[in-house]
Design a protein around this ligand. Structure first.
Ligand SMILES: Cc1ncc(COP(=O)(O)O)c(C=O)c1O
Length: 342
């Protein structure tokens, strides 16, 4: 399995499963309503405190999914008088949030600080400027150039939102994410409970003031059921394991590097990847899907990805290894893909 986001292999960990069972046994299978009515549980608030302290933020707020976190955060921060400045390869949920916000949207060339500067220079007339970036670009495996972009954001008085769904828990010191890796502070970070943490749901880390604002304004938090006890219990256990078992992050990044080097040596184009997401960019849709199906028949699941998940003409096999893959597992995958026609 090299097609999922269960990067640290915690979704099936006996301790995580037991924590989900215990949380369900003690608090039930549902939050039972919106968090602003009756669905705000001690479990939500305990996990929020643990996540804020893990990331080193003042506060955290759990949303039911990452998609909803992006909708809630972006539509709260930007409205018709504002401008959102968005990377060309941002996740679909960010794109949808920009549309829903009714703010003006300007898209800059992927990870290009010069283009960001050019666009920012033309946005002085708006009430508020919101810069939105992915931490790790989910189809390419490259990391936002935050160190170069942060001074631009400061100079143009932008609020910075980082969707670090794939980076939090894995990259940076102790897995504290891309902002920490790049030694940059951002205003809002969005993390995911369903990827490195092997559970389900998402969270935002920010100041106490912004948390209050999101609680009062983010419609995808207010008008939906709170996250259920099971995923909350699982995420709490997974966070504790992630913090105490640093070998998981190290092994994941080592296997990803081995995979990237092996694929490159076999003639594959791994693009800009430097992380645990490793694409093999081929271009043609049919060629990619045939390769994906053939590998699956031979026991390896690495997903073929086509437009609209990636730009037309850049179809690819996307490999996402796990920390529990062995050196031999990765050797096997590389050998198999080197032998298949590509
Ligand atoms: C960068 C990014 N943001 C947001 C999401 C959405 O998260 P969720 O699956 O929790 O809705 C994903 C993928 O699932 C993602 O890759």
């Amino acid at each position: 399995m090299l097609a999922g986001s269960n990067y640290l292999d915690l979704a099936g960990d006996a301790r995580v499963i037991a924590a989900a069972q215990e949380a369900s046994a003690s608090a039930g299978c549902a939050a039972g309503g919106s968090r602003l009515i009756n669905g705000n549980l001690c479990l939500h608030e305990a996990l929020e405190q643990e996540l804020a302290s893990f990331v080193g933020a003042e506060a955290a707020l759990i949303f039911s999914t990452g998609y909803m976190a992006n909708l809630g955060v972006i539509t709260t921060l930007a409205g018709p008088d504002d401008v959102i400045i968005s990377d060309a390869l941002n996740h679909a949920s960010i794109i949808d949030a920009c549309r829903l916000s009714r703010a003006s949207t300007r898209v800059f060339r992927h990870n290009d600080p010069e283009d960001l500067e050019r666009i920012a220079a033309g946005c002085a007339g708006f009430r508020r400027r919101v810069l939105v970036l992915d931490g790790v670009y989910s189809m390419d495996g490259d990391v936002a150039s935050l160190r170069e972009m942060a001074p631009i954001a400061r100079a143009h008085d932008m609020v910075t939102v980082l969707d670090d769904a794939h980076g939090l828990g894995i990259l940076g010191p102790s897995g504290r994410g891309v902002a920490s890796l790049e030694s940059v502070a951002v205003d809002v970070q969005i993390g995911n409970l369903g990827k490195a943490l092997g559970s389900f749901g998402a969270y935002v880390t920010c100041s106490h003031t912004l948390r209050e604002l999101f609680i009062n304004r983010a419609r995808s938090l207010i008008f939906t059921c709170g996250l259920a006890p099971g995923p909350l219990g699982a995420a709490r256990a997974a966070l504790a394991i992630l913090e105490s078992e640093g070998w998981r992050r190290v092994a994941l990044l080592e296997r990803a590097e081995q995979l990237r080097a092996g694929l490159k040596a076999s003639g594959y184009d791994t693009g800009r990847s430097t992380t645990h997401i490793v694409p093999a960019i081929i271009g043609d849709n049919q060629a990619v899907m045939s390769l994906c199906e053939r590998a699956l028949e031979l026991g390896v699941h690495a997903q073929g990805i086509r437009y609209p998940s990636v730009p037309e003409g850049s179809a690819r096999i996307r490999f996402t290894p796990m920390c529990s893959h062995s050196v031999e597992d990765v050797e096997h995958v590389v050998k198999l893909f080197s032998q298949l026609p590509h």
